[in-house]
Design a protein around this ligand. Sequence first.
Ligand SMILES: [Ca+2]
Ligand SMILES: [Ca+2]
Length: 95
Amino acid sequence: MALRKLWNASQTDGNVTLEEFKTAFGYHEIYQPMFHHLDHNADGVLETSDMVKEFLVSDINDDDQIDMKEFETFYHEVLNHIFGNNHCHGHHGGK
Ligand SMILES: [Ca+2]
Ligand SMILES: [Ca+2]
């Protein structure tokens, strides 16, 4: 599955590039903006720190787990980011 491939890619050198991301998820136009959404420090690579940041942002009630509701919020946030108001770049809803 895609997440497994992504994980394997991250294990080889500790990060995931856009090419690895696309290889894992397939070449669809949605994945480039999604990649940039996840790339918090905007260096073109997904590092562990980017993943952790996304996790922390998504874990709204701070219980170290992403439940269904939080996942939906995360999902809508990503879709909003990709299809919605691009001028909101960088906002992530304060916690
Ligand atoms: Ca990054
Ligand atoms: Ca939670």
